[in-house]
Design a protein around this ligand. Structure first.
Ligand code: 4NP
Length: 154
């Protein structure tokens, strides 16, 4: 079976999108599904870095290991490599769509929380400048969204 190729995108690729990738990868592996997963940032600020230590520890506390992931910047070639591109917030969404070459590229870009609240265009809040509880909230939102993704495409 051909894998569904899913790219998760946030700003830095060190907090929200790597945990989204990690949760989907974990569930896909555990359930014997064939998702291909990756993540990227719209910015180049943290290219080459591991996910934020707070995100890695929240991941581990919830049974997900993202220590192997490294940040990279979104590239226009990602429109060819992936079937769906999930943005974490409207700023990410607009930045990705601005790089779309045609309607087909544009249609691949979705707001990830629309999987749990269709059409609401809600953001996964950026936890970078907040306290530790923000990371668990991000985990919980993306745990729910990835369940829906698996229901739809798994
Ligand atoms: P992320 O969080 O987009 O979820 O990875 C951020 C990480 C770093 C920065 C902003 C957001 N930063 O400005 O360095």
């Amino acid at each position: 079976m051909v894998a569904m190729k899913v790219l998760m995108v946030c700003l830095g690729n060190i907090c929200r999108s790597p945990i989204a990738e990690g949760i989907l990868r974990e569930k896909s592996n555990n359930q014997g599904l064939s998702f291909e997963t990756d993540s990227a940032g719209t910015s180049s600020y943290h290219v080459g870095e591991a996910p934020d230590a707070r995100m890695r520890s929240t991941a581990k506390a919830n049974g997900v290991d993202i220590d192997d992931l490294r940040a990279r910047q979104f590239d226009v070639s990602d429109f060819d490599s992936f079937d769906i591109i999930y943005a974490m917030d409207t700023s990410n969404y607009n930045n990705i769509v601005a790089l779309a070459r045609d309607e087909n590229d544009k249609e691949k870009v979705k707001m990830i929380l629309n999987e749990i609240k269709p059409g609401a265009n809600e953001a996964v809040p950026d936890p970078y400048y907040g306290g530790d509880e923000g990371f668990q909230h991000v985990f919980d939102l993306l745990d729910a969204a990835t369940d829906k993704i698996i229901e739809k495409y798994g």
